[in-house]
Design a protein around this ligand. Structure first.
Ligand code: FES
Length: 263
C-alpha cells in the first residue's frame, strides 16, 4: 500500500478539551488547520514544551469537511503523556501532521469488520464513520483488558443512531470477563458470515491472532502503529517483514495489507 501523503505540516493546534475517559486514557480535542489529515488511521507527532519529545499518537476522528480539528486518544505511559494529561483547554500543542498512509476506505467491501485492541481502538472510530457514510455494513469488535480500561463503546453504538440508515454492530471482549465476552477479540467473531474484509489496530499478538483466524480467506488492513517508537524514522525499531522486503511502519505504514505481510 502506497503512502498517499506527500506533505507534512508542523502546526500549532489549540486544545478544546482533555478529559480522562478510562483508567489512564485521555481524549483530547484540538482545533486548528488539520487539512493534511486525509485518512482514518493516520497519526500525529507532538512536540511537547520543555523537552523535545515527539510521540506518534493515532487520530481518532478528524473534521473531514472544514479540516479544522481532530480528536486524539492517548494512554499515560510515561513522562510525555503524563505532561499531556495535565494540559487544559486553551493550551497550544505543536503537531506534525500528514503522517502515515491510513486505512484505504475505497477498497473495502460491503461488510467491513473493524477490530480495535486497547489504545488501538481510536482509529477505528473515524474509520467506522467513513464506512457508514459510504453505506457499508460495519461490525466493530473491541478488546480490552477489563471494564475499567474500556472506552468509546457507547460512542460506536451512537454512530448507528446518529447516522441515518447506518448499519453498525458493536461487540466487546475483555480478558477478565468484566465486560462483554470473556476472552480475546477472536472469541467474538462467531456468525460473521457476510464479512468481506477486515481492518484492525492493536497489539501485535492481537493482529497475529486475527491474521491467523482468517488465514488469507478474506483480506485485511492491519495497522502496526503499536510497533512505532519515535514515529519519524529515527529509532529503526518499527521494521516489518513484507513480501517486498523490510519496511518501516512509520514511513511506509502504519497500515499494511494482510496479503503483503508475513506474520
Ligand atoms: Fe522510529 Fe519508525 S518508529 S524508525
Amino acid at each position: 500500500m502506497e503512502n498517499i501523503i506527500k506533505k507534512q505540516l508542523d502546526q500549532e493546534l489549540t486544545i478544546n478539551h482533555n478529559i480522562e475517559i478510562a483508567d489512564g486514557v485521555y481524549e483530547m480535542s484540538l482545533t486548528g488547520d488539520t487539512s493534511l489529515v486525509t485518512a482514518p488511521g493516520q497519526f500525529i507527532n507532538i512536540k511537547l514544551p520543555g523537552f523535545y519529545l515527539r510521540r506518534p499518537i493515532s487520530i481518532c476522528e478528524y473534521d473531514m469537511k472544514d479540516h479544522n480539528g481532530l480528536v486524539i486518544i492517548y494512554k499515560v505511559v510515561g513522562q510525555g503523556t503524563d505532561l499531556m494529561s495535565g494540559m487544559q483547554a486553551g493550551d497550544k500543542l505543536w503537531c506534525l501532521m500528514g503522517l502515515g498512509n491510513g486505512f484505504d476506505v475505497e477498497t473495502t467491501g460491503d461488510h467491513v469488520l473493524l477490530v480495535g485492541g486497547g489504545v488501538g481502538t481510536p482509529p477505528m472510530y473515524g474509520l467506522a464513520k467513513e464506512l457508514l457514510m459510504k453505506q457499508k455494513k460495519v461490525t466493530v469488535v473491541l478488546g480490552f483488558a477489563s471494564k475499567k480500561d474500556a472506552f468509546y463503546i457507547e460512542k460506536f453504538e451512537e454512530l448507528g443512531k446518529n447516522m441515518n440508515g447506518s448499519d453498525i454492530e458493536v461487540r466487546v471482549a475483555t480478558v477478565d470477563g468484566s465486560l462483554g465476552t470473556k476472552g480475546f477479540v477472536t472469541d467474538c467473531l462467531e456468525g460473521l458470515d457476510t464479512v468481506t474484509d477486515y481492518c484492525a489496530c492493536g497489539p501485535i499478538p492481537m493482529l497475529k491472532a486475527l491474521y491467523g483466524y482468517y488465514d488469507g480467506k478474506i483480506t485485511g488492513q492491519l495497522s502496526f502503529e503499536e510497533r512505532m517508537g519515535c514515529g519519524f524514522g529515527a529509532c529503526v525499531g518499527c521494521s516489518i517483514a513484507t513480501k517486498s522486503g523490510n519496511k518501516k511502519v512509520c514511513k511506509d505504514g502504519p497500515v499494511f495489507l494482510s496479503s503483503d505481510i508475513e506474520m
